[in-house]
Design a protein around this ligand. Structure first.
Ligand code: NCD
Ligand code: ZN
Length: 345
């Protein structure tokens, strides 16, 4: 097995960059390795209009160090008041690449999300018409549904009915965490894709809860049983174009993670490619690594693959810092609990 690996430059199909000092702190961590990323719109207040998306894109461009190149692929946050014309214009001008659906209350900054799915039907129909993909946070929020079941229940109660009612709607199941979601994604044909995060390939729910609670492993959707992690590993390393990387790298400063009610989100931008190379090597799938990180995403989004390449080299374990200092405070970098031998050179 060769000790270097050259692949087309990867993209991240689900990323939280935040704003202000945090944006400035975390953006280089992604831009160093990735050419493009789908930028999540769950700011406070959320990015709901084309004008807001354009302003946010400009703030991201302004925060990028001069010596780096990076293309933010903007999204709109779907609300019950989203204006289909504004959305369609933002898509036609090339400003937005997708629209994000958060069920209200499902995760960080999702209060403005959708409660009544009937109310967004005209928007979804318009999206199907113009070929604008819908990125879905797939969890129900009903108080009586156990948190570990929320993804599977969402597929039956919400996602499948929406897809049946809206033929032609292109959907990305974001950050899938269960074998149920993997199976459903596989059954969906060309109009259905699924992103998988770095951390869900590494941790299961024991890692969060056994031997003391580990707030830095808490994210949403929450990591599930080991059998589900193994299903995600099999999907990610399968070479099937349905599955592609969306890190869901989601920075929160340590004081907000390490408190009585800690925020959800794992920050993986810094060491994602080292972790993924290790995972693919462990599973004997290094030949499918490029597909997962660089080829399947552009194929789903009907975008060209990146022309330039990156090279990873295998050697002594790479030591990443435990924290990234941002202008807002320290952010803990995801600890994969295993030595990492691949570095981006
Ligand atoms: C994300 C965040 O912090 O914005 N948190 C997370 O646990 N993944 C929101 C999200 O993508 O659900
Ligand atoms: Zn996310």
């Amino acid at each position: 097995m060769s000790d270097t690996l050259t692949l087309r430059r990867p993209d991240d199909w689900h990323l939280h960059l935040r704003d202000g000092a945090m944006l400035k702190g975390v953006l280089p961590e992604t831009a160093r390795h990735f050419a493009r990323a789908i930028i999540m719109p769950n700011l406070v207040p959320p990015v709901v209009t084309g004008a807001q998306a354009a302003a946010y894109r400009d703030r991201i461009r302004a925060a990028l160090p001069d010596d780096m190149r990076f293309e933010p692929l903007m999204t709109l946050y779907l609300t019950e008041d989203t204006d289909p014309d504004d959305m369609a214009a933002a898509h036609a001008s090339g400003l937005i690449t997708a629209v994000k659906l958060y069920p209200a209350g499902a995760t960080t900054n999702s209060a403005s999300g959708v409660r009544d799915f009937e109310r967004v039907r005209p928007v979804l129909e318009r999206m199907a018409e113009i070929g604008l993909p819908l990125c879905v946070h797939g969890e129900v929020t009903d108080a009586d549904i156990d948190i570990f079941d929320r993804e599977a229940v969402f597929i039956d109660r919400v996602l499948d009915p929406i897809r049946r009612a809206t033929p032609g709607l292109r959907v990305v199941m974001e950050h899938v965490t269960t074998s149920d979601a993997v199976d459903y994604a596989r059954s969906g044909g060309e109009d259905l894709g699924a992103t998988i995060t770095t951390h869900h390939l590494v941790i299961n729910r024991n890692d969060i809860l056994v031997g003391g609670i580990k707030p830095h492993y808490y994210c949403l959707p929450v990591a599930k049983r080991e059998e589900h992690r193994l299903a995600l590993r099999a999907a990610a390393t399968s070479g099937e174009p349905t599955f592609f990387l969306g890190t869901d790298s989601a920075p929160h400063v340590d004081p907000l993670k390490e408190q009585a009610c800690g925020c959800a989100g794992c920050f993986t931008a810094t060491n994602t490619l080292s972790i993924l190379a290790e995972v693919f090597e462990q599973d004997g799938a290094l030949d499918r690594f490029e597909g997962f990180v660089s080829l399947h995403g552009p194929r789903f989004y009907h975008l060209p693959v990146n022309e330039d390449t990156i090279t990873l080299t295998k050697g002594d374990p790479v030591v990443y810092p435990a924290k990234l200092d941002t202008g807002e405070g320290p952010v803990t970098i995801f600890d994969p609990m295993m030595p990492l031998h691949w570095r981006v050179t």
